[in-house]
Every structure is written in structure tokens, then in C-alpha cells.
Design a protein around this ligand. Structure first.
Ligand code: HAM
Length: 428
């Protein structure tokens, strides 16, 4: 019986070497941009205790109810992280970071896992780049973060950037809003989807992000959280808006903006884009303030704000850029003695910043030269027994289609000057 063909898990993608260049470019751009704002990288595990996500993201959310990859290992209930904020907060508490520095700025990059229905821009393993600020109640930092994020997205070529902004207020506003939603939805209970009907009792806010078309029609007429904000929430939001206005950062107030995670308080935002191959999944980035999470997870009260952007969505939306690559030289040894010599030469060339490939498979020179020009190599070093005996190498310039012989000892210097590479530092 033949075994079934092995394939990647549905919704989880391979990223092949041809595509990785664009990922690295974006990752480097992200690191550079946010390190200039004082963010430092944190790396936390991809597996966390399930209870961490239940307690932070919220029990009655789509992510926790339907999308988590959870499993039991020995006696532990574990989950592949569906997002990065909860794990970073757990690490922040566990390592008592607040004791050492009252304000911290962290960023992370890496895979996240949600068992959603796969579509273009929506995957089961996807990658986020995110930032979290701990210990700063805003709203100055809120404006700084949103402005920096818009600047970053522009710098990597995202088109049609729209910032949707809202404030969810503090716990008081949330409780009042909850009541207002129950009052609004209860008379329509018979028309609500099964999930939303259940959430009317457990978590009415989550009805607002229901994807059911019937629910969505009702949601359009639902009361807005803005009406429930107290004086301090309102002042916080207005100051944030004034800072954004002063920075000239465009945004639209979206009073029904809700994001599928329960931990948000006050500032909430989502950034959408268009262009490229980005289709319906146009939310490139989402974030907000979560002033109560650290305390709810057992840490000392710490106001926080952060965001995460979806790398796949950003890549779909932004143009391909041509990546600078190291100059490339092929080495073609003809015979075994020449193979060792070519390995030595390649090592020297690489130490000078050249990508060097030794073709040691004993093929015909013609085939090696064809492959070298396919790979856009600038030169091919040819080393046969004859050249070896005379201490020479043959150097073919693939761009000029010329060939010359030169002493082996001069080869590396000669190539470096041809390729405009800096001369080595003199040794002392
Ligand atoms: P989120 O809105 O759930 O927020 O995800 C942030 C971004 O991750 C989305 O805007 C989207 O670009 C990308 N994303 C989410 N799910 C998928 C998926 N299934 N496939 C592809 N991309 C996806 C968070 O995760 C919060 N932790 C953000 C945050 C950080 N809030 C405060 N700090």
C-alpha cells in the first residue's frame, strides 16, 4: 500500500528561500525602526499554559473558544500562542521587570497560531511583529506609538493607510456599556446567531465582532461605547487626539471598533491598508491599551499599550523590493587537488564579503559556467591541474566575457578590487 503524500498542515505555509529575502527585509526594517524608539527584543516561548490565554484574552472570545491549538502534555494544559501580548506580560511579571525599570519597551517577532478558516491573508500559523510598552499610562505614548506605526507602514510602502481609533474607557465604562448592549440586544434576541445569543449573557461586547450577517445588521444600530466614557477616559482620549492632530497623523474615530480580545481598556486602534494582493483581510495591524492585564495576571498594577502587525498581510500589501546581495563568485575545480585549493580560496573570498560557491561535483566546465551565469555570478575561477602546477588560476569575467590567467596569490586582491570591496584592515 502506498503511503499518502505528506503535505503541510492546512493554513500553515512553507516560506521557501526565494521568498525569505522579503521577510528578512521587513523584519530588519521593523527592528531598526522600533529600536530607534527605544524598543528592545523579547523572545518568549511559543507554548504557554492554556490558562494564560483564557485569563488575558478572555474565556468568551472566538480566539479562546474556537481557535486555540490546545493540548495536554503529561499533567499540563498547554496552548500554542495565538498572539504575543499575553506571553510577554507573563514574562514581564515572572521576571519582576517592573522592579528594575518602571517603564519598559519590548518588541517581538514570530509565529502565532489560530485555528481560523484559512483564506488569503488569514492563516492558521501566521507571523506577527509587535511592540508593548509597560508602565506608561499615556496618552503621550499612545500618540507616539500610533504615529511611529503609521510612519513605519508608509516607509515599507503600504498604500491607503487608514487608522480606525476609539476608546473603550476603563472598567466603569465597560460595565455601563455592557448593560447598554444587553438592553439593546435583548429585544432582538430571537434574531441573534447562536453564538451571540450565548454571549448576550457571557460577554455582550463580543457580539459586536460577530461575523454573522444577521448580527452585523443589528450591530450597526447598537449604542456606542463613547457615550459611556467617564470624565478621565474622555480627557485621555481627547489628549490623544490632540497629539495625533499636532503630529498630522490621520485617523478616523470608529465608535464601533471592537477587537476580538477582551483585555483592552481606553485606547483602541486598527490600521488597514490596500493595494498589492491584500484582499478582504485588510486589517494589517491592531492594538490598544490594556491597563489591567498585568494586575489580573497577578503582577503589580501596570498600564500598558501595544500593537501587533500581521507580517503575511503586510507582505501581500507591499511591493517587492530588490534586495542588495553580496557579490557572487563561482569556483570550478577540475580534479581532486584543485578541489581542496578551491575550498581554501572560497574561504578567503567569503572572509572578504564575497559569496563563493565551489562546484565540486566533477561536471563539465561548460555546465558550471552556464550555472554561474544563471546565478548572476560576476566571475568564475577555473583551476585545473596545469594551473595548479604553475601556481596560477584562470579567472573568467562573466560580465565582460573575458578570461585571464593570474598568480594564485593575487587572485583574492584582484577580485576584491574588481568588485569594489574594501581592502582588509592591516594586521598589527
Ligand atoms: P490581533 O488584531 O488579533 O491583535 O492581531 C494583530 C494582527 O495580526 C492583525 O491585524 C493581522 O494583521 C494579524 N493576524 C491576526 N490573525 C491572523 C491570521 N489568522 N492570519 C494572518 N494574520 C493574522 C493581537 O494579536 C494583539 N496581541 C495586538 C496587541 C498587542 N494589542 C496590544 N498589544
Amino acid at each position: 500500500m502506498s503511503s499518502p503524500t505528506l503535505r503541510a498542515v492546512k493554513g500553515m505555509n512553507d516560506i521557501l528561500p526565494d521568498e525569505v529575502g522579503r521577510w528578512q527585509h521587513l523584519e530588519q526594517a521593523f527592528r531598526g525602526w522600533f529600536e530607534r524608539l527605544g524598543f528592545r527584543e523579547v523572545r518568549t516561548p511559543q507554548v504557554e499554559p492554556t490558562s494564560l490565554f483564557v485569563r488575558s484574552i478572555g474565556e468568551a472570545t472566538d480566539v479562546v473558544e474556537k481557535e486555540m491549538y490546545s493540548f495536554r502534555h503529561h499533567d499540563e494544559e498547554l496552548t500554542l500562542r495565538p498572539e504575543g501580548t499575553a506571553g510577554a506580560a507573563r514574562a514581564y511579571i515572572e521576571h519582576q521587570v517592573k522592579e528594575k525599570s518602571p517603564v519598559s519597551r519590548w518588541y517581538y517577532l514570530g509565529p502565532m497560531f489560530r485555528g481560523e478558516r484559512p483564506a488569503r491573508g488569514r492563516y492558521r500559523q501566521f507571523h506577527q511583529a509587535g511592540c508593548e510598552v509597560y508602565g506608561d499610562p499615556g496618552p503621550v505614548v499612545d500618540a507616539e506609538l500610533i504615529d511611529a506605526l503609521v510612519g513605519f507602514l508608509q516607509s515599507v510602502g503600504l498604500q491607503g493607510i487608514e487608522v480606525a481609533l476609539s476608546s473603550l474607557g476603563g472598567p466603569g465604562a465597560r460595565a455601563r456599556y455592557r448593560d447598554a448592549l444587553v438592553e439593546y440586544f435583548r429585544p432582538h434576541a430571537a434574531s441573534l446567531s447562536e453564538d451571540s445569543l450565548r454571549r448576550l449573557e457571557t460577554n455582550p461586547l463580543r457580539i459586536l465582532d460577530s461575523k454573522d450577517p444577521g448580527d452585523q445588521a443589528l450591530v450597526a444600530g447598537a449604542p456606542s461605547i463613547q457615550e459611556q466614557l467617564d470624565g478621565e477616559d474622555r480627557a485621555h482620549f481627547e489628549q490623544l487626539r490632540r497629539h495625533l492632530d499636532a503630529l498630522g497623523t490621520p485617523y478616523q474615530i470608529d465608535p464601533r471598533l471592537v477587537r476580538g480580545l477582551d483585555y483592552y481598556t481606553r485606547t483602541l486602534f486598527e490600521i488597514r491598508g490596500n493595494g498589492g494582493e491584500l484582499g478582504a483581510q485588510n486589517a494589517v495591524c491592531g492594538g490598544g491599551r490594556y491597563d489591567r492585564m498585568i494586575e489580573e495576571l497577578g503582577g503589580r498594577p501596570t498600564p500598558c499599550i501595544g500593537f501587533a502587525l500581521g507580517m503575511e498581510r503586510l507582505l501581500l500589501a507591499t511591493p517587492a523590493v530588490s534586495m542588495p546581495t553580496a557579490p557572487l563568485v563561482f569556483l570550478a575545480p577540475l580534479g581532486e587537488r584543485a578541489q581542496s585549493e578551491c575550498l581554501l580560496l572560497a574561504r578567503e573570498l567569503r572572509s572578504r564579503g564575497v559569496e563563493a560557491r565551489v562546484e565540486g561535483r566533477g561536471q563539465k566546465l561548460k555546465a558550471v559556467l552556464a550555472r554561474a551565469s544563471d546565478a548572476r555570478a560576476s566571475h568564475c575561477v577555473i583551476l585545473g591541474e596545469g594551473e595548479l602546477d604553475r601556481g596560477l588560476v584562470a579567472l573568467k569575467d562573466l560580465r565582460a566575457q573575458s578570461q585571464q590567467e593570474l598568480p594564485r596569490a593575487q587572485l583574492v586582491e584582484h577580485l576584491c578590487s574588481q568588485l569594489h570591496l574594501p581592502l582588509p584592515e592591516p594586521r598589527h
